[in-house]
Design a protein around this ligand. Sequence first.
Ligand code: NAP
Length: 242
Amino acid sequence: MKYSLVTGGSRGLGRAICIKLASMGIPVIINYQSNQAAAEEVRDIILASGGQASLMKFDVSKQEEVTSALNSWEKEHPDDYIAYLVNNAGIRRDNVMFMMPDNDWHSVIDITVNGFFYVTRALLPKMMSRKHGGRIVNMTSLSGLKGMAGQTNYSAAKAAIIGATKSLAQEAAARNVTVNAVAPGFIETDMTRDLPQDELKQLVPMKRFGKPEEVAELVGFLCSDSASYITGEVISINGGLY
Ligand code: NAP
């Protein structure tokens, strides 16, 4: 059986993506770091609607945690593999660069870039050895495309993900594994709750923030058979804000 793993699946975009993938009939593994209640809620919503879901706790930036969780899962599922990976876990620690503490630089890079590396590398051998096709979707951001004042750490991390997406797409294409990135603008989640929303909405041509479900539709499409020839792309979803 082919499973999906969504990192940071307990809240925000990850939550909506888990629900979307489950509605497509794909069993979902919901990764979270600390918010077990939120992760359980996502699992229960999926189970209640007839889907399959389970939880997997690890911090994407801690290699031992990633390896140990994925190894245990593989031992328990000898005939299954994770064919769909959504690298979605991420944090924001905004500050102008001259005042940015070391930890805010490193934590954003660790979770976004190293987290992507640890999880993806662990799953690639199985994905690439079965010629059934695999799907990797990496969550980047408008900030990684155009930069944003106060986000040098976040922009650097998200731009790194774009570069890695394009390189890995070329490595994995012959094995029928597609690798794409999704670049949202402002989406209504916990991550954007503290921003001056009324002010920022005026910058968006559509005059509103996006909804997690709108991003989940795009991720669902990229994971579907309809997207089998799309790889190495960065697809923006931003209400017209570039
Ligand atoms: P969010 O509401 O803050 O949720 C973040 C999720 O990531 C939570 O599920 C959280 O788990 C998980 N997480 C955080 N650190 C983790 C770690 N070290 N290991 C594993 N999981 C971790 O964020 P969001 O708005 O949904 O953002 C999701 C992704 O989209 C991020 O990569 C973000 O950069 C990107 N993005 C968001 C926007 C936006 O406007 N919201 C725009 C562009 C890009 P817990 O629940 O356990 O804390």
